[in-house]
Design a binder for this molecule. Structure first.
Ligand code: ADP
Length: 487
């Protein structure tokens, strides 16, 4: 590949040199010579100033228009010479201003040779095209005034781009067609600048000679500058637009995540409705049918009535939890009805009604029968709800024969209460999420009915009191929930 690239570079450079030499030989025929030399100078100036003011190193620019105009006035070889000079001058300027990185001398000469060769070859072929098409159409017609310029500009631009794509392929590997595609956005601009600019300049010079250059050159070069500036600005805006699109896409991704979370909530909610509410309902229906259809003794009747009532309580708890979480999630702040009360006494009155539940599972529920007072100022009913939730959870998630202990104490400016059980415990990886809505430990779902809402509600209520809730737990050993409330 390297060898091929060298051969290719040499061939291009040689054709460039050949065109220059050929031009030198013909120099005497370029008449008036001063006009030709002025065009050379303008081409060099515009090529270098384009890089200096606007940036970008595209070989096809205003100087190509000047070269094409020269090709139309003095012949293709003269045009090729102007192109070669413009390119050489431009390279000299880049070397002088150190715009070309640290390359060794040989690489520089190769680059210079290839660029000069490519541009002069492109203009030479464009010039040939111009004269050929003009001969076919005749200059007197409107088509004869426009088509030669457009076709010549297109040929010039394409020869340049393809020669460049091939050297990039030989040097770096990307397919020439890919390089062409990447650069095709510039084709209309280049063709327009070359054909319109070249055409105008050519007419101006043939009509007014040097004065024509003075009159027409400035507007042409200025409009080309502004055109390129406009394009580079547009490109910048496009980049900004891309950034905007990217940031909007990120926003959309976040929104999608939120939507996914909502959808998970909805699924969890439906699971609660279909599974957790159905279990107590089925049980109520089943036992009520037994009561209706069978002749039972008084004791059996009482037993079944108890089961039905318990199922109903379960249902009520689920419904209450759903209603509560709705309220708590709606964003309206929780209104607290604060009053001073004895927390220790409240623990006792919350625990007592749950004793029968504990007894059914042969669980010992321990709390102070005659507690020493722990006074707090808080919303008593809401704190009772917290306590009931935590104690019934402890009973729910403790196997038969276990123990649940509730205690209260004062610690600094906080009143503390703790609900400790000897139950199934919570796996370590679940602990950080246990207060989230609908969160339930998978294994526990077989053990007890629930919604996964209780702890979320408890946390919201504790937070509303500026309190703190924490949990320590170990699987198969038990859990301890601690609530801290400011007194
Ligand atoms: P649920 O209605 O499922 O009881 P909660 O929000 O009250 O909902 O509790 C969420 C989950 O936390 C429960 O499903 C259970 O897995 C776990 N959990 C709560 N309390 C305890 C406890 N004392 N011991 C073990 N696991 C518990």
């Amino acid at each position: 590949m390297n060898r091929l690239r060298q051969i290719y570079s040499i061939l291009i450079s040689l054709s460039g040199i050949a065109l220059i030499v050929w031009g030198m030989i013909q120099l005497g025929d370029f008449s008036p010579l001063r006009t030709f030399l002025l065009l050379v100078l303008l081409a060099v100036l515009s090529q270098t100033s384009m890089t200096a003011f606007v940036g970008g190193t595209s070989g096809v620019s205003v100087s190509s228009a000047i070269s094409l105009a020269t090709a139309s006035l003095f012949g293709p070889v003269a045009g090729a010479m102007v192109a070669a000079m413009a390119e050489a001058g431009f390279w000299a300027y880049r070397v002088y201003t150190k715009q070309i990185g640290n390359r060794d001398r040989q690489a520089l000469i190769e680059l210079l040779g290839v660029n000069v060769g490519m541009n002069s070859l492109a203009i030479f072929l464009a010039g040939l095209t111009y004269h050929f098409v003009l001969d076919q159409l005749g200059p007197a017609t409107f088509l004869g005034q426009t088509i030669p310029w457009l076709t010549a500009a297109l040929v010039g631009d394409q020869v340049n781009l393809w020669l460049l794509s091939i050297i990039i392929f030989l040097a770096h590997g990307p397919k020439p067609s890919d390089t062409w595609k990447e650069n095709r956005w510039a084709i209309p601009i280049n063709v327009l600048v070359m054909s319109v600019g070249g055409g105008l300049l050519s007419v101006a010079v043939s009509q007014f000679d040097l004065l024509g250059i003075a009159i027409f050159f400035l507007p042409i070069i200025l409009s080309a500058y502004s055109f390129r500036l406009y394009v580079s600005q547009t490109k910048k805006q496009m980049d900004q637009l891309e950034e905007l699109v990217e940031s909007r896409t990120r926003d959309l991704a976040t929104a999608n995540e939120e939507l996914a979370e909502l959808s998970r909530d909805k699924d969890a909610f439906l699971a609660v409705l279909t599974h957790d509410m159905r279990t107590p309902l089925t049980s109520i229906k089943g036992y009520a049918s037994i009561l209706r259809d069978r002749d039972l003794g008084r004791d059996q009747q009482t037993h079944i009535a108890k089961i039905i009532l318990r199922s109903e309580e379960n249902l009520l708890e689920i419904v209450n939890n759903i209603l509560d979480i709705e309220k708590l999630q709606s964003g309206t702040p929780i209104l607290l009805e604060r009053n001073e009360f004895d927390l220790a006494l409240l623990v006792k009155s919350a625990a007592e009604p749950l004793e029968s539940l504990a007894m059914e599972k042969n669980i010992t529920l321990c709390y102070d029968e005659v507690p020493s007072p722990v006074m707090v100022t808080a919303d008593e009913r809401k704190i009772q709800r917290v306590l009931t939730n935590l104690i019934s959870n402890a009973i729910k998630y403790t196997p038969e024969g276990g123990e649940v202990t509730v205690g209260t104490r004062l610690k600094g400016s906080y009143a503390l209460f703790e609900v400790v059980d000897t139950g199934y415990g919570i796996p370590e990886d679940e602990l950080p999420h246990i207060f989230e809505r609908f969160r339930r430990v998978k294994r526990h779902q077989k053990v007890a009915v629930g919604t996964g809402l209780g702890l979320a509600i408890v946390k919201s209520l504790v937070d509303a009191h500026d309190g703190e809730i924490s949990v320590v737990s170990q699987e198969e050993v038990g859990s301890a929930f601690t609530v801290k409330l400011p007194v």
